[in-house]
Each structure stands twice: as C-alpha cells, then as structure tokens.
Write a protein that binds this ligand. Structure first.
Ligand code: RB5
Length: 145
C-alpha cells in the first residue's frame, strides 16, 4: 500500500502519478490536497508519514512545488527517511543505500514521464542492507538523540 499526498503546487503531478498507479494496479491511499486548494505542505507530510509509521502503508509519495519543503517536513517525522528525487538514478540508489520510505518530487520541477520512471524505480528497488544497514542505523541514532 502506497500513501500519496501533495500540496496545491504538487496537485497536478500527484494526479498524473495516481493515474500511473491505477494503470499498474498498485493500491494507494490519497491524502490532501484533494482539489487543488492551497494547503500547507507540512500538514500533508504529517498525514502521509503517519500512515507509514502506523503501519497502514509501506511507502509514501509526497509532492510539493520543488519537493524540498515537503521532504524537509517528512524527515522530521521519526522513522521516516524521505528522499527528494529528480531522476530514476536517485530513486534507485536511495532505495538501495538509504532504505528511503518516502519519495518526494517537485511538481514544478519535473514532468509526468520522468515522475513515472522515478516512481516505478522507487517501488521496484529493494534495500541492499549490508554496510548500508549500519549507516541507516546511524541515521536512526541521530533521530533518537
Ligand atoms: C508552495 O507555493 C511552495 O512553496 C511549496 O509547494 C514548496 O515548493 C515548498 O517547498
């Protein structure tokens, strides 16, 4: 299950990503904004990240104008490793090396085709573990201090 949300600046791209999820029969739960109205991205980040930390979704997708603000907000939530990606290379390696559980994108930065490649890569790449587990554990220690 994927939790997906955006603010108003990410709304159009969120709709494109949702169309891709539907085409690929990937189950998702949609969070705000639900009609393009202006919303504050930290509140959307909180909703989507809570769905992940309470076990209701495995991975999340968050979209704002640049992807920056919503990734900053998501990374304040304990247990969340949010990665802002602008291409599929970043999506691949943030899953392989960082075990990212939230993908962030900028609706004013990339188009629907690139976003679909990014999402496909993010959802189909598994964490590599090994030496990367130690580093992810160190990130978790930072969050617990
Ligand atoms: C909204 O105008 C914009 O600031 C927001 O979507 C995002 O880009 C912030 O980082």
């Amino acid at each position: 299950m994927i939790a997906i949300g955006s603010d108003h600046a990410g709304y159009s791209l969120k709709k494109e990503v949702i169309a891709w999820l539907n085409e690929n029969n990937i189950p998702f739960a949609e969070f705000g904004c639900l009609n393009g109205e202006s919303v504050d991205y930290p509140l959307v980040a909180e909703e989507v990240c809570s769905r992940i930390t309470n076990g209701g979704a495995e991975l999340g997708i968050l979209i704002c104008g640049t992807g920056i603000g919503i990734s900053m907000a998501a990374n304040k939530v304990k247990g969340i490793r949010a990665a802002l990606c602008t291409d599929s290379y970043m999506a691949k390696y943030t899953r392989l090396h960082n075990d990212a559980n939230v993908l962030c994108m900028g609706g004013r930065v990339i188009g629907a085709g690139v976003a679909a490649e990014i999402v496909e890569t993010f959802l189909n790449t598994d964490f590599e573990g090994g030496r990367h587990q130690r580093r992810v554990d160190q990130i978790t220690s930072l969050e617990n201090n």
